[in-house]
Design a protein around this ligand. Sequence first.
Ligand SMILES: Nc1ncnc2c1ncn2[C@@H]1O[C@H](COP(=O)(O)OP(=O)(O)OP(=O)(O)O)[C@@H](O)[C@H]1O
Ligand SMILES: Nc1ncnc2c1ncn2[C@@H]1O[C@H](COP(=O)(O)OP(=O)(O)OP(=O)(O)O)[C@@H](O)[C@H]1O
Ligand SMILES: [Mg+2]
Ligand SMILES: [Mg+2]
Lengths: 228, 228
Amino acid sequence: VIETRKVTKHYLMGDLCVKALRGVDLTVNRGEFVAIMGASGSGKSTLLNVIGCLDRPTSGQYLLDGVDTSGFSRDQYAEVRNQRIGFVFQTFNLLPRTTALDNVELPLFYDRTGKFNDPRAAAVESLERVGLGDRMHHDPSELSGGQRQRVAMARALVNNPSIILADEPTGNLDSRTSVDVLSVFQELNEQGITVLLVTHETDIAQYAKRIVVMRDGLIVSDRQVWDR
Amino acid sequence: VIETRKVTKHYLMGDLCVKALRGVDLTVNRGEFVAIMGASGSGKSTLLNVIGCLDRPTSGQYLLDGVDTSGFSRDQYAEVRNQRIGFVFQTFNLLPRTTALDNVELPLFYDRTGKFNDPRAAAVESLERVGLGDRMHHDPSELSGGQRQRVAMARALVNNPSIILADEPTGNLDSRTSVDVLSVFQELNEQGITVLLVTHETDIAQYAKRIVVMRDGLIVSDRQVWDR
Ligand SMILES: Nc1ncnc2c1ncn2[C@@H]1O[C@H](COP(=O)(O)OP(=O)(O)OP(=O)(O)O)[C@@H](O)[C@H]1O
Ligand SMILES: Nc1ncnc2c1ncn2[C@@H]1O[C@H](COP(=O)(O)OP(=O)(O)OP(=O)(O)O)[C@@H](O)[C@H]1O
Ligand SMILES: [Mg+2]
Ligand SMILES: [Mg+2]
């Protein structure tokens, strides 16, 4: 369902060229649960942004469901981001001065498939699933770091995406809350949803069935996880 | 050096009262290295904000170096924040559209002690110490999550504070980079600097000499760490 071929991403800063991705080949099949690990600055978020259609590669190809994304129009990119992919950002990206409930409900206003006849109920359920049933009317400045992280997760899941991309979703969570959140991802994966999870913790990566390790913009290891 | 007595912090939201801190007694002596752990929402950041003079308690007292902070003027609060305490925020709080170097140099402009005759050199050294020597001219949007976290750290350390308060400083860092960053804290602690570190990872907490655990706005355990 996800296939990158020799994807590179270069940033030009004056006469310096920062090579965030240097030729990444990654194939993920529908229903897989993949953890992506690697040092700070190794390119994990950049790769996730390309896969989530938030950024285009400098060179190389990215095929989503077998279709080359370089041909996409702005509308097609938006449709992928709003309906097919749920993205949990490393820096949450919540709307300030907007309650958790409204933040989570927002993607449903963009949904034109008509399958959400009660967006408010779907948002409430999504927040309850990550343990925030009693924090729905707080805005981000009235929430703890881990609570904001979970609002970002609830928002990513609310429109039942077929692919979930999560960038360090447990970075601000204690182990008990992390386990609760990861079991949500596991349940969704058992229902056939594809999950890509960036994490720097090996305990968290163990929840996945495959671990990909990056270093300096390249994939250096890619193996199945046994004995989960 | 730090002493809280029955500190509470309540947030009023309509007719609801959220009790983030419910009576916290914590005494930290000069030169200690304390880790604070606890579930998401248990009050760790709120406690750190009170200790860092970023927020006042609803009731109870907070004594810094034996002086009751409730008597402080605005200037005294600012002087504590700018000179005595280095704060690494859970959400970094960097200035956008401002390079890492300028972000780190900023606290030195507020310093009126005259001890920094070369603020730029001090900022460069602080960034190099956290491994960002080659990212100094990037602004936050051009940095990875873990790099932004380290800029926040470099900024907190640049004016040689006598107390460091770090809120999840390794939440976005891989284990190798975390070890590098924690050894910076350990070195500073060996020079006599008091360190309070909020973390949700037990591996990280092991670098401290004492671990305090919070739950629902209270301290539920407080013990020394042996066999480091
Ligand atoms: N301004 C506010 N108004 C209302 N409630 C608040 C406000 N700020 C924080 N809270 C609540 O106070 C509680 C403690 O928050 P705090 O940020 O201290 O938690 P924490 O232990 O740092 O959590 P985390 O590990 O998730 O960062 C949380 O339940 C949060 O929802
Ligand atoms: N807009 C940009 N301009 C220049 N360099 C950039 C830009 N965005 C990212 N970079 C650089 O690209 C590299 C990869 O960044 P990326 O965010 O993918 O890392 P990461 O693996 O997610 O790191 P972390 O674990 O710290 O979040 C970093 O060294 C970063 O400094
Ligand atoms: Mg990242
Ligand atoms: Mg916190």
